[in-house]
Design a protein around this ligand. Structure first.
Ligand SMILES: Nc1nc2c(ncn2[C@@H]2O[C@H](COP(=O)(O)OP(=O)(O)OP(=O)(O)O)[C@@H](O)[C@H]2O)c(=O)[nH]1
Ligand SMILES: [Mg+2]
Length: 443
């Protein structure tokens, strides 16, 4: 029976006050409606209040520009205990970085050796005139390292929760628990089977890795840029002795240097106390590869600030995902798109011209900027001159394309320098918060 066919007597018999007039129901309905309205109002106020205490920061920039490394630095500055908890989990990623570096070297050597065996050596090839005994020596090193390299796929698959395919590991929420299941307990972690195999194999092949890494042919190929190693590969291979110790736990420097690609967009939350108030910083760390940038858009609404990272050491490099595009050129194009994006026009804009340590190193080694950036002309090939020239390019893009007519904050950074980066984080944090406070009416 539907409620509309119930006689009034039936209704009163189930507990409604008998003999009351219809006016009573109106009053009761009104009371309930007022209560609901009040609840909704309180909820809206509570949300508005929480929103005022929430700062949303986007970390943008091309792949390998240093976004995830910057997030680690924020973590170190505001929540170092969380990085402490994660520390053992990074060991697997360090191992994976080493395996990847060895694979790149071995593949590069294989290619060079096959060219000499073909009898059609590239006349410019450094190994074009390899003597038979050196070729045999290199082949022997490669064969000895093959079992170690065969562990790369299972290890990356373990880090990716069983997903294999590309040999890589990805930053995404909760990856640490796969390799370090009792992350929160602080107990000494038992090694996973895969990790045990890899760490043993690394220990036993350490002398071979060292021989390969300091072999004059490999050193020469790197000097002539015949091998494209990731930025941190030399550091890990130089430290192979320490890293293959039985009790090895990654240092903070190792964690900052390790390369782990970001998958999609990862949200991190940080509690930040500033000016006597607690704020929640929501940081969005995105994948910077060309094919993944469309995934950023849903995070543009309501962004408080953008931290745009441009690795200016990349003036002589191409994108990994498209070898026709110069890295610096790509950074400038991307920055143009960010400046002119209407959805972002209210967000503070902060540019971090990153990897200045690598830029200084390249210039010291005699790399000429004008060879890769013809417009640089005959200006001095010094860090001061080059860095200001690159900065001027970003400022020009900003003044031509900035939709919101915002001010532009520019910092030169090396994400590996903890002290200097923390000064930048403090300055940037204060600037972002000042703007947020005045806009949210918290002042
Ligand atoms: N030498 C040097 N290396 C850096 C610097 N900043 C970052 N790196 C290294 O560059 C590599 C890439 O850094 P990530 O932070 O993973 O780059 P990302 O922008 O998050 O890259 P995607 O996630 O692919 O978009 C890592 O190995 C870092 O250790 C820097 O200032 N100097
Ligand atoms: Mg990343």
């Amino acid at each position: 029976m539907s409620a509309t066919t119930l006689p009034l007597s039936t209704i009163t018999s189930v507990g409604w006050p008998s003999g009351s007039s219809l006016g009573y129901y109106d009053e009761e309905a009104q009371r309930i409606s007022d209560l609901i309205d009040e609840g909704l109002k309180q909820e809206a106020l509570r949300r508005k209040d929480a929103r005022k205490k929430e700062v949303r920061v986007l970390l943008l920039g091309q792949a390998e520009s240093g976004k995830s490394t910057l997030h680690k630095q924020f973590q170190l500055f505001y929540a170092s205990q969380t990085l402490e908890q994660e520390r053992p989990s990074w060991r697997a990623v360090v191992y994976l970085n080493i395996l990847r570096a060895i694979r790149t070297i071995v593949k590069g050597l294989e290619l060079a050796i096959s060219q000499t065996l073909d009898g059609s050596p590239d006349s410019n090839s450094f190994v074009g005139s390899l003597k038979d005994e050196i070729r045999d020596e290199l082949s022997h090193l490669e064969i000895s390292l093959q079992p170690l390299l065969d562990m790369e796929v299972p290890l990356s698959s373990e880090l990716n929760g069983g997903l294999s395919g590309r040999v890589s590991a990805y930053v995404r929420t909760g990856w640490q628990s796969l390799i370090n299941p009792r992350l929160s307990t602080r107990e000494k972690q038992p090694e996973t089977h895969e990790m045990k195999l890899v760490s043993e194999a690394l220990r036993t092949t350490r002398p071979t890795i060292e021989s390969l890494w300091c072999h004059p042919i490999v050193v020469g190929m790197i000097a002539r840029r015949k091998l494209r190693l990731e930025d941190s590969a030399p550091f890990f291979l130089d430290n192979i002795h320490r890293i293959t110790e039985t009790e090895y736990i990654p240092t903070t420097d190792d964690i900052l240097r390790v390369r782990m690609e970001t998958l999609g967009v990862v949200e991190h939350s940080l509690s930040v106390r500033q000016g006597g108030l607690d704020y929640t910083w929501r940081m969005y760390d995105v994948s910077g590869a060309r094919g993944h940038r469309h995934a950023w858009v849903p995070f543009f609404d309501d962004a408080t600030a953008i931290l745009f990272l441009a690795p200016i050491s990349g003036f002589d490099q191409q994108l990994e995902e498209d070898s026709k595009i110069n890295r610096l050129e790509d950074s400038l194009q991307l920055f143009t798109a960010i400046c002119s994006n209407k959805l972002l026009q209210n967000a503070s804009l902060i540019v971090l011209l990153n990897k200045i340590d690598l830029l200084k190193q390249k210039l010291q080694n005699g790399r000429k900027v004008r060879k890769y950036v013809p417009s640089y002309g005959n200006r001095p090939n010094t860090y001061e001159s080059v860095s200001q020239y690159f900065r001027a390019h970003f400022s020009r893009v900003h003044s031509r394309h900035d939709e919101g007519h915002r001010g532009l904050f520019v910092h030169f950074t090396s994400m590996l320098d903890i002290q200097a980066t923390h000064i930048v984080i403090r300055d940037v944090g204060e600037a972002i918060l000042r703007k947020h406070i005045s806009e949210a009416g918290l002042a």
